[in-house]
Ligand binder design. Sequence first.
Ligand code: 5GP
Length: 206
Amino acid sequence: MKRRGILIVISGFSGAGKGTLVKELLKNYDNYALSVSMTTRQPRPGETDGKDYFFVTREAFEEKVSQDGFIEYASYCGNCYGTPRDYVEEQLAAGKDVILEIEIQGALQVKKKNPQTLLLFVTPPSGEELKRRLVNRKTETEEVINQRMARAVEESAGIEQYDYLVINDDLAECTVQTHQLIQAAHATPDRNQDFIRKIRRELGEL
Ligand code: 5GP
């Protein structure tokens, strides 16, 4: 019986190292597909359209909303972000585990519509370390860093709504741990209902 892909949401404070963690998962294991979001934010130096994000105007974003083209969307620090529906559905049907790297409002929308979604929250080991990572990234102004730190305080209130907390201290360890959590999620009864129906039928026939 073909294993169905699961939808995985990875959230965490800006600067927690989610992007790096996701890159490591994609590099080290072959069962993952990463959804590329659409955003109205300006590209940062080094970001590529179609790879990091689909960078669009607010009008184009709103048009996609009106076509029901997102599985979720939200606004974050003044910009809009959304997950295009088609890619996610194609990859799940092909048996891939699809990763969405999105913030909490979107995460909760996805979980509500699809309760089998696995929600992971990534955090650095301390608040100080978060600030240090944001400053060292050198891609944001001080004002944006402060905005993102304030947002982190708000987001920390929602951590209990996630299925697992992943502390990103050592990247290699964190990658293995995340992969193991996802593998364990594949073994829960609610994600194996087809198999359970099949074995019950077979048992009934013997
Ligand atoms: P950044 O501007 O740093 O790339 O992203 C800001 C926040 O938006 C991050 O927490 C990121 O995970 C989140 N984000 C990125 N894409 C999406 C999306 O499609 N939907 C939602 N809800 N959040 C997103």
